[in-house]
Design a protein around this ligand. Sequence first.
Ligand code: MD3
Ligand code: FE
Length: 221
Amino acid sequence: MRAAAQADLFGAVDPVLPPGIALFRGRIPLAESRVLLDDMLTVFAAAPPYRLRMKTGAYVINQLTNCGELGWHSDSQGYRYVDRHPEQGTPWPAIPPRVKAAAIAAARECGVADFDPDACLVNLYAAEGKLNLHQDHDEADFAWPIVSFSFGNDGVFALGGAKRRDPVQGVTLHHGDVMVLHGPGRMLFHGVKKIVPGTAPFQHSAIPANGRLNLTLRRAT
Ligand code: MD3
Ligand code: FE
């Protein structure tokens, strides 16, 4: 009896996150999440999601796009921020004001009063999508936080340490969760292990079928 209750309780408890990683569970209410996803449809009309190509010429399964003055991109010339859509040749659309305001508010609660993101990377995960362990180091000043929003199906996030070989812990990110990576958390290795099908609270045309949408707002310059 007691042991079972404890197991249930422990099963629901979040893993302890290291300093510099703040996870706001269910931060975006369901109704607001629909509005933010509708805003992303406007972004996609101007900057359609596209696939990166690997050196082999094969396409990566996940899609991406960006909004803001700068957007993250990778090609034969390497990983970097660019000021226009690589396939359309047009400037990235603005970060939707509601999205930007939500990121600024989350950063402020983490003690960063003057976060002014100029880049928002949109990752669209297919059902089979994942993201290999990496560090985000293409920004000019790592003192600025990164603010992440999760929508759609759950993603099993992998959080490592300062070195690639450090142990990794799994953290499930749900629809409406917001994560702020700041200070000692900013340069930790991380990735996405898998998407958990059937866990999205609703379908939305901005989110790939059985997939997940992640926004990361950054200061690139
Ligand atoms: C921890 N995206 O776009 S978001 C990325 O779910 C990226 O799509 C993942 O990693 C996703 O670069 C994770 C949460 C996140 C973002 C940046 C971090 C966690 C981070 C930077 C440092 C440490
Ligand atoms: Fe990252």
